[in-house]
Write a protein that binds this ligand. Structure first.
Ligand SMILES: [Zn+2]
Length: 157
């Protein structure tokens, strides 16, 4: 997921998108309208997917403060969710996020995710006075026959 603005989790859920399948969040920059839905996405992807480890949130310098703040903001609620749903659904080990600063190398674009099915690169972009800001490019190789994408398409076709 890239830049979850306010209401992102609710809108995805209303569309039938399996928010539990969100494995990472990528932030281009830290303007509020690009991050004010981060808490909802992290909570829904945690409880909706039974995640066993925190989600990685990639972003420019400052992402560590944003992630620490969101983790702290919903920490009390996370204990209620675990008490209500149990560890199989809301495992405390999977709560929240860890930050990963997207540092650019000497040659851009810089790879930040490089798996068989997903490659994402980052470059610096101008968005003054916001600094730093990032642009991302991606290549996705998805098996559409047996994935969350298939379930999403089926529900929304
Ligand atoms: Zn902006």
């Amino acid at each position: 997921m890239i830049d979850p603005g306010e209401g992102a989790a609710r809108r995805l859920s209303n569309m039938g998108f399996p928010t539990g399948s969100i494995e990472a969040v990528i932030l281009t920059h830290l303007h509020s309208d690009h991050i004010d839905g981060l808490g909802g996405i992290l909570l829904q992807s945690w409880v909706g997917g039974g995640r066993k480890h925190p989600t990685t949130v990639y972003g420019p310098d400052g992402v560590e403060k944003v992630v620490a703040g969101v983790n702290e903001m919903f920490l009390v609620d996370s204990t209620f969710r675990t008490a209500h749903h149990g560890n199989a659904v809301a495992d405390p080990a999977g709560y929240g996020a860890k930050s990963q600063v997207v540092a650019l190398g000497e040659t851009e674009p810089t790879k930040i995710i490089d798996t068989e099915t997903l490659k994402i690169t980052a470059t610096s972009v101008s968005h003054a006075p916001v600094y730093p800001a990032r642009g991302y490019g991606s290549t996705i190789q998805a098996d559409l026959s047996a994935s969350a994408v298939t379930r999403f398409r089926t529900r929304n076709s």
